[in-house]
Design a protein around this ligand. Structure first.
Ligand code: ATP
Ligand code: MG
Length: 177
């Protein structure tokens, strides 16, 4: 029991919901409806060519579906930043996109090593990117704040040594003020 409690206490969670959308977002997560289309893509560790393919695929599909260009841009930016984070900071993972008639729900699951302090990771400018990642042009510490800015809802769970799950929702009706 004690070990379980110790593990639980290290688990971090972060929520950000765009103001005015709290009820819709809570409704969605309390009983997620079945998606119309599901897209899956692998994100291998430190592979910055493959990371980016999932977000490009989603962008192309939403474009064909006639989603508002500004909403499309927000989905593409949030998904790209999250994909790059999995490639840059984890041992690799998966991106699953669930497309509904009124919104997109994108979930990123990786193989760890997790984020010890999510609140700190959310601070603009905070980065633990290594030299290789910085040489690729990443590591400004702006990806997570950018995902928060573009998503209507952002949810992150993680723990030091465990895996990270980041998911966001973006409604197709333009909710950005
Ligand atoms: N999937 C993840 N696994 C482990 N740590 C992560 C993950 N995603 C983000 N982090 C941590 O959060 C920090 C901040 O992430 P953020 O995307 O804001 O900045 P960055 O990736 O370092 O730089 P930038 O996104 O500007 O290129 C990262 O440096 C890393 O320490
Ligand atoms: Mg980043």
């Amino acid at each position: 029991m004690q070990d379980f409690a110790a593990v639980r206490s290290e688990m971090g969670e972060f929520w950000n919901i765009r103001s005015g959308l709290e009820e819709s977002v809570k409704g969605f997560f309390s009983a997620p409806p079945e998606a119309d289309v599901v897209l899956e893509s692998l994100i291998p560790e430190k592979d910055f060519n493959t990371a980016g393919k999932g977000s490009a695929e989603v962008k192309n599909l939403l474009k064909r579906l006639g989603v508002d260009p500004e909403v499309l841009r927000r989905v593409a930016v949030a998904a790209y930043e999250a994909e790059i984070n999995v490639a840059a900071h984890s041992r690799g993972g998966m991106m699953d996109s669930y497309i509904h008639s009124d919104l997109i729900h994108v979930v990123f699951r990786d193989k760890g090593p997790g984020i010890a302090d999510i609140a700190q990771a959310m601070v603009p400018g905070f980065s633990t990117a290594d030299d290789m990642v910085r040489e690729m042009g990443f590591g400004a510490g702006l990806g997570l704040p950018n995902i928060q800015k573009n998503a209507d809802a952002l949810h992150i769970t993680s723990s030091a040594g465990g895996s990270t799950v980041l998911e966001f929702l973006i409604y197709f009706a333009n909710n950005e003020r």
